[in-house]
Ligand binder design. Structure first.
Ligand code: NAD
Ligand code: UGA
Length: 479
């Protein structure tokens, strides 16, 4: 089959759909990319003239949007039109963990994927390649295929036909543009070789052919879940060792460096931190757990579930250490939280360790003052489910009234945020937290004042010289 691709549609303009299509549009100027979303506010933000107001923050994204938007890249709300004209459709919608019903708490909620497949079934014309870009449970392609093919038989539209492919995305937030520009691999799973070649031709515009892997569709779906599970497992492993460091006098940074030199282990993903966050690690592992349980592989399920359990335990452990160091109580004490995003260089807070740790401290009655360079206060309010003391909204119905309080501070430049604080807690590794003027800051705080560094980014000598007490994750020789 000689299949020529001219128009691409992407359903879902989120952290994956937006940057991925932007990169493709920049590399393939002769193709048209229509990115659609049911969330009209999000589409409006993608179309905002002011590029600092794009819905997601990602280094390098603004420049690429400026080059491509309204040239061969369009952000639209008209799903029907974009599907009708597309030769290839990427499904890039959210797949969070189900919160109710069968498989609640573990399996992925596929209602957005199903809705997308139904839209494709309804509006597509002729032959269309449908690509799973979202991370999906193994064998979801079968479900998508059934929905698409039922449209053909039930609506007497004999002229329509489909190929379903899996093309999972491996970008990391904060480095999405770099990852998309130079991916370790592009994975394409399917059973229709022509369709796989057609999709790979888009990537070949900038990705070397040897990095493009073809597999069967189920291997591709499972490889994505496995990749995230292995990465998350490394973080839980190193974080569990950080707890051993703290009681034995070892130092986690030295341990990481030493084991990372083993080429079989490698040095990446060995930074101990406050626990993995982000929208995917937990949900993808739980998905794997659900799959294993479904097939009666209980030991396998337990093995992977422990990765998530260690992560939750680790966040609780950090919260408890903070309370214990501050003489067993943080009630009515001002604590400065530096960083709320789940990692640096993103405005995403989904599953951020900061949410759990802040909630635990608020539950102990602390008064938190929170600063993050890219997360806005309304997002923090949504995550904490506790209203800021500065909130303008008078409706308290969905917020917890019993705990301590919090407020957001826009800038740390004038150091006012540190006035009368008992502790500073660093939860995200933003560059601007690496070189703080500790001597000036120490003068503003209540002695004995603490710095809790969960990301190992402060200059320890300067903190100590300023007379501050320092706790660093995984440092067995600290106070
Ligand atoms: P997201 O929530 O940021 O974006 C998903 C978008 O899909 C939303 O804007 C939503 O409004 C839209 N949507 C939902 N149903 C729709 C429909 N029927 N029609 C049109 N639009 C619809 O999610 P995300 O972070 O972009 O993740 C998307 C998928 O990619 C998930 O499966 C995730 O696991 C996977 N993934 C995410 C990342 C990441 O770093 N965030 C990386 C790799 C893979
Ligand atoms: C992760 C994977 O790295 C991507 O390959 C994948 O595409 C994506 O999930 C997905 O499927 O959503 P992401 O969650 O964006 O990407 O970010 P990571 O860099 O993996 O970080 C995840 C969490 O682990 C963060 O909270 C980060 O701070 C933490 N982390 C990471 C550590 O604590 N230590 C490390 O050494 C690395």
């Amino acid at each position: 089959m000689n299949f020529s691709i001219k128009k691409i549609c992407c359903i879902g303009a989120g952290y994956v759909g937006g940057p991925t299509m932007t990169m493709m549009a920049s590399k393939c100027p002769d193709l048209i990319f229509n990115v659609v979303d049911i969330n009209e506010t999000r589409i409006a933000s993608w179309n905002n003239e002011d590029l600092s107001k794009l819905p997601i923050f990602e280094p390098g994204l603004e420049e690429l949007i400026a080059k491509t938007r309204n040239k061969n890249l369009f952000f639209l709300s008209n799903v029907k039109e974009a599907i009708e004209s597309a030769d290839i459709i990427f499904i890039s919608v959210n797949t969070p963990t189900k919160t109710r019903g069968l498989g609640a708490g573990k399996s992925s909620d596929l209602k957005w994927v199903e809705a997308s497949a139904r839209e494709v079934a309804k509006y597509s014309k002729g032959y269309t390649i449908v690509v799973e870009k979202s991370t999906l449970p193994v064998r979801t392609a079968e479900v998508i295929g059934k929905i698409l093919n039922s449209a053909k038989t039930n609506s007497n539209r004999e002229e329509i036909s489909f190929s379903v492919l899996s093309n999972p995305e491996f970008l990391s937030e904060g480095t999405a543009i770099k990852d998309l520009d130079n991916p370790d691999r592009v994975l394409i799973g399917g059973d229709n070789k022509e369709a796989m070649i057609a999709l790979s031709n888009i990537y070949k515009a900038w990705v070397p052919e040897k990095k493009i892997l073809f597999t069967n569709i189920w291997s591709s779906e499972l490889a994505k879940l496995t990749s995230n599970a292995f990465l998350a497992q490394r973080i839980s492993s190193i974080n569990s060792i950080s707890a051993i460091c703290e009681v034995t006098g070892a130092d986690i940074r030295e341990v990481s460096r030493a084991i990372g030199k083993d080429s079989r282990i490698g040095s990446k993903f060995l930074d101990s931190g406050p626990g993995f966050g982000g929208s995917c690690f937990k949900k993808d592992i739980l998905n794997l757990v659900y799959l294993a349980e479904y097939f009666g592989l209980i030991e396998v399920a337990n093995f992977w579930e422990s990765v998530v359990e260690i992560n939750s335990w680790h966040q609780k452990r950090i919260s408890e250490i903070i309370v214990k160091k501050l003489f067993g109580t943080v009630a009515n004490k001002k604590l400065v939280i530096l960083g709320f995003a789940f990692k640096a260089n993103t405005n995403d807070t989904r599953e951020s360790a900061a949410i759990t740790i802040c909630k635990n401290l608020l539950n102990e009655g602390a008064n938190l003052v929170i600063h993050d360079p890219k997360v806005n206060p309304s997002q923090i309010e949504y995550d904490l489910k506790i209203k800021s003391t500065k909130s303008l909204d008078n409706d308290n119905s969905s917020f917890d009234q019993q705990s301590g309080n919090w407020e957001y501070v826009q800038s740390i430049d004038n150091h006012e945020i540190f006035n009368n604080a008992y502790a500073i807690i660093i939860l995200t590794e933003w560059a601007e937290f690496r070189n703080l003027k500790w001597k000036l800051i120490a003068k503003k705080m209540v002695p004995p004042a603490w710095v809790f560094d969960s990301r190992s980014i402060v200059n320890t000598i300067e903190v100590n010289d300023a007379g501050l007490k320092l706790w660093r994750l995984g440092n067995g020789l600290a106070d």
